[in-house]
Design a protein around this ligand. Sequence first.
Ligand code: AMP
Length: 280
Amino acid sequence: MRIIYSADEMQQIANKYRELGKKIGFVPTMGYLHEGHLSLVRKAKEDNDVVFVSIFVNPLQFAPNEDLDKYPRDLRRDEELLKEEGVDFLFYPAVEKMYPDGFQTYVEVEKLTKVLEGKSRPTHFKGVTTVVLKLFNITKPHRAYFGKKDAQQLLVIRRMVKDLNLDIDVVGMPIVREEDGLAMSSRNKYLNEEERKQAVCLYKSLKKAEELINSGETDAKEIIDEMKKVIKSYPLAEIDYISINRLSDLEELKTIEKGNTLVSLAVRIGQTRLIDNMWF
Ligand code: AMP
């Protein structure tokens, strides 16, 4: 595996593979890799001739009060994991290279980013779409892989790809979980022992929603109230939001629409903000 620091060089490599008629699979990450990331990498390996992974902790998607500075990093370990998966190129740019002096161009998906995570983190998605479009232009993938863990992000990227006529197949992959159900996340590292135990409340509340929906409940408010009860039985948990939305446009739903419903939540456990969701 080669590590590439320069956007120009990465682009030249992408051009070369395209000229050879090879299919490029791309997995953007912020590093501190876990099995969730690796599931995307494995799928990219399966589907494509060459796989590029990026590690870039993108300052643009963090608000000033968020965890940019303490976001966990371990390049050596990430490198080993990616090598083991047979990744061909790791793109690892410096912040100054991605956003040099004078940078002033941004991409914004307007409506989908106003709800859920976008309501709690108003500048977040503008940072995400801007960096992802840059990364797409640098790595020139045929297919790009995103986790359903960040459900709204996946929908926003799909919208951007459609709206801007990007010729990229966006592949959404299932959430990979720990044994007790906690969705894997680099941020889980922030949790102390007791917080880690209580962090399972997000999954437990989603399982409650699943149980209700499977038994025929269609009233969104009923389901949300039951989910709240679950979360409130964990003393360290503080709800940011619990929401039920239509997957196709993220409009809030009063009634479950089979096959088109996203149940999602954000919960603070101590200082750590965690998100999770299920698709119905
Ligand atoms: P991040 O490094 O957190 O920006 O995540 C990079 C990619 O990995 C995103 O597309 C995430 O949705 C995906 N991802 C993160 N955690 C998981 C997980 N537990 N299961 C599946 N995909 C995940």
